[in-house]
Structures are given as structure tokens and as C-alpha cells.
Design a protein around this ligand. Structure first.
Ligand code: SDX
Length: 433
């Protein structure tokens, strides 16, 4: 980050006073106006609910160009990583900033693999949930509970503790997600197998059972690996910002990740993949697509096209293109040639992209638009879609949390407000009201 002579002048037109606001430049993307002294100098706050124009931090991890539809993890384009890398290598890249050597990759994957088990007592938490509990409710509870088991790695000022907790989180999320799924089904829980790679282990824990050998389909294993890569990190989205804010108070990493899981659950964010599938099923047939597109354009109708639009992307979400390709690969591998939901999705995408409303508002399919179709084809139930997103995003949350803790300028996040409530008034005894 650099700041040179470029600045903005702020002038109070009533008093004529002016202030110089320095501009800071990154390596890519928009400059930022440094307003850290604004309140002290002017007595005014900035006002930006939803943070549409606010940079909350400096980061070196993920870059997004919304207009060009670009997504880089530590400088590497998501399309290249999805084609040539694997999720463990991407985890290493996001955590350490560079691609690993062959030896580093082997060691990293080994260390993660040997943290995949969860404490046996974690299973007792499940008994407290109803069998039909939403997996994200279980994930919120179980991830937060991890801080009750790992007291040896909660000192966030200790880099070794932070890395141990980081590895534990990345390693245990698939196990916890699979636990939640098996509990929902009433099936016995499957332990992780150290001979399996991360995505294979996750599929094995989700779909194997004691009554028969689980046949690993390499196409599905690769599809899962790519899906995890696509969902790994995404700059300062709602759940990552939640993790950073929770972490800024010094909360332990497991509690911060639990906060991220909670934020991701919302249908406007990670819950959209589940909402997309429910929407496609509600549309029911290609011939109904036009009616739903009209509903989405109707200001008086709260309905929105789930899987469309994005705060940052005003072009195609590059992840949705990769996801669409994976969708065709998985359906072909499974011999599914007439998936009605895919037909509806393709028709919806075609109509929406030609519609002036969507063109004018720059609404394109986002990462969630196709993911649900792949997940359903892979046998993953709709209620598990966001849990899968959480498994993938944990490495992004953890990488951003570490970056925040290591930032020397880091301080507790404490936004202010524009107060429009009652002015000071005296208490009135109930007899006089
Ligand atoms: C993710 O931030 C991230 O990076 C998130 C994510 C990640 O990897 O972490 O990319 C993952 O969350 C993807 C987004 C998944 N959510 C959905 O698919 C839900 C449907 N999309 C919308 O709810 C919406 O597009 C958001 C929430 C994604 C973005 O909302 P914004 O940026 O706050 O935009 P907005 O609500 O101000 O919308 C701008 C205009 C509005 O119309 P006007 O008020 O200007 O007339 O576009 C309209 C909106 O009504 N609009 C839509 C729409 N999305 C926006 N109209 C119909 N259908 C939609 N999906």
C-alpha cells in the first residue's frame, strides 16, 4: 500500500473550513480515501450502511474486479486454480501467500489429514439436537463448541497457536458437516480415513455406510475438489467481515468461525444455493420461467431471482462459468441427460440475460446459481448445500482472520451511527402516563 501526494479536499460550505483527505493506493483495484482522522477533524462520521463504498481493511489475499468478472487468490486467476490446482494446494496458497513446493504440499496435506477427527464427546452434542435440525444450526453449535475442547491453541497472540487452530478448523469442518448429515439421516457416523484426500474423505464420510463398500467416483471427487476451490475465499463478503469483526475483539478462532457460519447461512449470502434449488423447484417447468422473471422485476413483490446479482460482480461471476462446466461434467458422469432443473436454470439464465431490467441493473448468475444443481445430482440434500459452502469457506475465513491478527494497525472494530431517535427526556411515573 502506498500513499503519495494525491488527496481529496473536503470543504464545509457553512464555515469555509477545508480538510485534506489522503488517498491510498493498492496494487490492484480502486484507491481508498483515508478517513481515519475525519471524526477527530470534522466531528462528522461517514455514513455507509451495507458498506457499499467502504474499504474495511488492507488485504493481500483475494482480489475481485466486479466489472471485469475477475477473481484472484493471491494473484492466481480462479479459472487456472480450478483447472490445474486442488483444494489442499489452494488452502496452502490462501494461508501462506504462495503455491507450495512439492515437499511443502505433502507435509501440509499430511498435517491437515491428521487433524480430521473430532473429539469423541463432540458426538454427544448431536444428541441435543432434533433429528430434523437444519445442518447449519448444527454447524453453528458444533463449531463454537470446538473452543471447549482445544484449550491448547486459543492464545491468538501466539502464531503457533493460531496455525494449530487454523489447521484444526480446516481439517474438522468436513467431519462436522458429515456428522450433521448422518445425524439427520439417522445413519451411523463415518470416521475420516487418512488414506483418502480431502474431497474424497468428505464424500466418503457423507455417503459411505457400514453395510457396503463405498465406490469413490473420481469425477465426483474432482467436482467436489473444484467446488471447494471456487468457494474458498471472496474478499470482504458478509461472513468474512463477520469473522474479522468477531476476531477484532480477541475472540478465539473457533468462536469467530462459528460467527462466520451463522452469517453465511442467510439466503442473501451462502444460503442462496439452497434458495436457488427451492426456486427452480417452485418454477417447476421451463414454461413458467417468464412469470418468475416478471415477479423478480416487480418492485411490489419481494421475490428475487436467487443466484442472480452480486454486490461486487456487475459482470459474470467467474465462478458461475466454472460451475456451469462442472455441472455438465457431473451430469454426464452420472448419466443424467434430462435434468429438468438444469433445463429451467439454462432457460432462466437465457431469459434474464436478455431482459432490459437485468441488463440495466447488471444482474448476472453468481456462484450459487449452478452449484445447487451439481450438489443435487451428487446426492447432497438441499439443506446441506450451505454447510458445504461453509466447509470450503473456512480456509478463507481463517486466512483473513490470521491476516487481521497479524496487521499491526489492527484494533477492535467499532462502527458508529447516525442517531435519529428520541432526544434526552425525563422519566415519567407510571401514574402520570
Ligand atoms: C454470495 O459478497 C460476496 O462475495 C458473497 C459471495 C461470496 O462468495 O462470499 O459471492 C456469495 O453471497 C453470492 C450472492 C448470493 N445471493 C443471492 O443470489 C441472493 C439473490 N441476490 C440478491 O439478494 C442481491 O443481488 C445480493 C444480495 C446478492 C446483492 O445485493 P446488493 O448488492 O445489496 O444489491 P441491491 O439489493 O441493492 O440490488 C440492486 C438492485 C435493486 O433494485 P433497485 O432497488 O435498484 O431498483 O438490483 C435488484 C434490487 O432490487 N436486484 C435484484 C436481484 N438482486 C438485486 N432483482 C431481482 N433479483 C435479484 N436477484
Amino acid at each position: 500500500m502506498s500513499s503519495n501526494e494525491k488527496s481529496f479536499t473536503l470543504t464545509d460550505n457553512s464555515s469555509g473550513k477545508s480538510w485534506e483527505l489522503p488517498v491510498m493506493h493498492g496494487t490492484l483495484g480502486p484507491d481508498v480515501i483515508d478517513v481515519r482522522k475525519l471524526y477527530a477533524d470534522t466531528g462528522c462520521f461517514t455514513y455507509d450502511p451495507g458498506f457499499t463504498s467502504t474499504g474495511s481493511c488492507e488485504s493481500k489475499i483475494t482480489f475481485i474486479d466486479g466489472d471485469e468478472g475477475v477473481l484472484l487468490y493471491r494473484g492466481y486467476p480462479i479459472e487456472q486454480l480450478a483447472e490445474k490446482s486442488d483444494f489442499m494446494e489452494v488452502c496452502y496458497l490462501l494461508l501462506y501467500g504462495n503455491l507450495p513446493s512439492a515437499a511443502d504440499k505433502v507435509k501440509f496435506e499430511h498435517d491437515i489429514t491428521y487433524h480430521t477427527m473430532v473429539h469423541e464427546q463432540m458426538q454427544t452434542f448431536l444428541r441435543g439436537f432434533r433429528r430434523d435440525a437444519h445442518p447449519m444450526a448444527v454447524m453453528c453449535g458444533m463449531v463454537g463448541a470446538l473452543s471447549a475442547f482445544y484449550h491448547d491453541s486459543l492464545d491468538i497472540s501466539n502464531p503457533k497457536h493460531r496455525m494449530v487452530s487454523s489447521y484444526r478448523m480446516i481439517a474438522k469442518m468436513p467431519t462436522i458437516a458429515a456428522l450433521a448429515y448422518k445425524y439427520n439421516l439417522g445413519q451411523p457416523y463415518t470416521y475420516p480415513k487418512n488414506k483418502l484426500r480431502y474431497a474424497e474423505n468428505f464424500l466418503h464420510m457423507m455417503f459411505s455406510n457400514p453395510c457396503e463398500e463405498y465406490e469413490m467416483d473420481p469425477v465426483l471427487a474432482r467436482a467436489m475438489d473444484v467446488i471447494l476451490i471456487l468457494h474458498a475465499d471472496h474478499e470482504q463478503n458478509a461472513s468474512t467481515s463477520t469473522v474479522r469483526l468477531a476476531g477484532s475483539s480477541g475472540a478465539n478462532p473457533f468462536a469467530c468461525i462459528a460467527a462466520g457460519v451463522a452469517s453465511l447461512w442467510g439466503p442473501a449470502h451462502g444460503g442462496a444455493n439452497e434458495a436457488v434449488l427451492n426456486m427452480l423447484e417452485e418454477i417447476g417447468d421451463k414454461k413458467n420461467v417468464g412469470k418468475f422473471v416478471e415477479k423478480a422485476k416487480n418492485k411490489d413483490d419481494p421475490f428475487r431471482l436467487m443466484g442472480f446479482g452480486h454486490r461486487v460482480y456487475k459482470n459474470f461471476d467467474p465462478r458461475s462459468r466454472v460451475m456451469r462446466t462442472q455441472c455438465h461434467k457431473v451430469l454426464d458422469a452420472l448419466g443424467v441427460h434430462d435434468e429438468p432443473l438444469l433445463e429451467i436454470a439454462l432457460e432462466l439464465e437465457k431469459i434474464a440475460l436478455e431482459d432490459p431490467y437485468f441488463i440495466e441493473k447488471k444482474l448476472y448468475p453468481n456462484v450459487d446459481f449452478y452449484s445447487g444443481i451439481i450438489f443435487k445430482a451428487m446426492g447432497i440434500p438441499t439443506t446441506m448445500f450451505t454447510a458445504l459452502f461453509a466447509v470450503a469457506r473456512t480456509v478463507g475465513w481463517i486466512a483473513q482472520w490470521n491476516e487481521m491478527i497479524e496487521d499491526p494497525s489492527q484494533k477492535i472494530g467499532r462502527p458508529r451511527q447516525l442517531f435519529t431517535g428520541a432526544e434526552k427526556r425525563d422519566y415519567v411515573d407510571i401514574k402520570k402516563r
